[in-house]
Design a protein around this ligand. Structure first.
Ligand code: NI
Length: 173
């Protein structure tokens, strides 16, 4: 396994609609393992393939972040929301591609998601709480959508400028 560099917004690769996976190959399983390692290292609770420059419909996540909870690493290929609740909830979201920026985002409180496992099996699960927020945030990445796209254009512009500066500073360092 190896760590992959995480792209920072703004980057055209974060705005692209990712390609569906037709078959879970050993190479894609390796990508999922690398993404999980990269996510835990960051540290984060979710990561989507476009964030490491791969235009494929793959997300990884683990929202077991309370102390004493066993980890639950998940890799979801071609994840699709099949149902979302009318009830909505607000979470303060962040993103590994938009470091140090956090904003309240409102989304459906619960969702059902169907996906292909690394073994190629169809799975479906009903997600609630932080898991529901996380899986929706990550699926958005596969459609070229970032959580700041839910904010006002002005707010988004301010954040984008901040990230451009961060990238310039990092390039200079
Ligand atoms: Ni994100």
């Amino acid at each position: 396994m190896s760590l992959r560099p995480i792209l920072i917004h703004p980057d055209p690769r974060l705005k692209k609609v990712a390609d569906p996976v037709t078959e879970v190959t050993p190479e894609l399983r390796r990508l999922a393992d690398d993404m999980l390692e990269t996510m835990y290292d960051a540290p984060g609770i979710g990561l989507a393939a476009p964030q490491v420059g791969q235009s494929v419909r793959l997300i990884v996540m683990d929202c077991m972040k309370k102390e004493g909870e066993a980890p639950r690493p998940m890799a979801l290929f071609n994840p699709e929301v099949t149902w979302s609740s009318d009830e909505r909830s607000v979470y303060e979201e962040g993103c590994l591609s938009i470091p140090e920026v956090y904003n309240d985002i409102e989304r459906p409180a619960e969702v059902k998601v169907r996906w292909l496992s690394p073994e190629g099996a169809v799975q479906e699960e009903h997600f609630k709480g932080l898991w529901a927020t996380c899986v929706q945030h990550e699926i958005d990445h596969l459609n070229g959508r970032l959580f700041i796209d839910y904010l006002s254009p002005l707010k988004r512009q301010l954040i984008t400028r901040k990230m451009e500066k961060l990238k310039r500073d990092r390039a200079r360092a």
